[in-house]
Ligand binder design. Sequence first.
Ligand SMILES: [Mn+2]
Length: 356
Amino acid sequence: MRRMSKANLERLKALDTPAFEFSNPDLNAFFERAIPAGYVLDSSAFRAQPGFFQAPHRQDLDGVDIAIVGSPLDLGAIGLSGTRHGPEACRRASTNNGPMHDVTGKIPFNQAAIIDYGDIEWSATRLDQRVTEDIANTFRLLAQSGVRTLNCGGEHTTSFGALKGLSEGRGGEAFGLLHIDAHSDTMAVWGGDTINDGSVFRQAVLNGFIDPKRSVQIGIRGYANFLWEFAHDSGMTVISADEVFEKGTDWVMDKAREVIGTDPAYLTFDVDSLDSSHMMGTTGPAAFGLSPRQVRAMILRARELNIIGADMVELNPNRDVNGYCAHVAAALFWELLCLLADNMDQKGETKGITLW
Ligand SMILES: [Mn+2]
């Protein structure tokens, strides 16, 4: 019979520290100030209106570094409705993530002043007014206030409003683009609306918000490829999902760094870039796609770029049977938040830490 020696048991008992006393002093400091303010580690805790990753709900932009914004829109989604519930589902699932990034060891709430700005409020039922006025006005204000933005869609059309607002708020700047998606979304005008979730990046180029020569699309595939000649004709770098598998994410990100450079760039992540075995909870699920792990690897390496704003779009909770797609989406949305916090922190541009 094996017995634990008394000395061994004493050694192990000495390791039995109280809850929230860790060897990492940054974590201890975070919990010391955040728990009394209502932050919880128990992700099953019932809260009626949780902020994204438990960030505080605020609209006062004074001293704010990063605003997370929900854009509950699906009027221009080609196919099924439902992405308007994306922000709600992502907020709920997001409480499973944080407070520390498991690879970098960084706590974004200790790096930057982060808020949940809430959802965009609509002034009209019309798609174009919602995108080019309601979303764009909000993001213009955020950009003018020196706040970095993380948009949670909503359909991909919401990226047009965000890009319009950010570009105008920064004096008409044209951004580089890191675009992870099954589809190029560079269709021609179709069905009456200039902008919809299949044409958003043709329109973003034609309006001068992004530079196609500094744009990289990753994960592209499927039967509708013929709709996206504009992506190639305008000079975008288009990398198929097959190429990601054949050459690896490091090859992809080496290429992205070469094409996009270190001038300001925007990262847009359409969850349908993920293989439909991971992501049926989206309006246009697509087989033969990326894994969540590949997308995470690319977001980690996007720290080599200068990402000044990001979004995640097209999560459709109506098709998300057990909420597992929201879980995957929220985990990758967390990666985007940590990316933005690291980018500002590295450049010494943060104004403070997150206060509840
Ligand atoms: Mn898309």
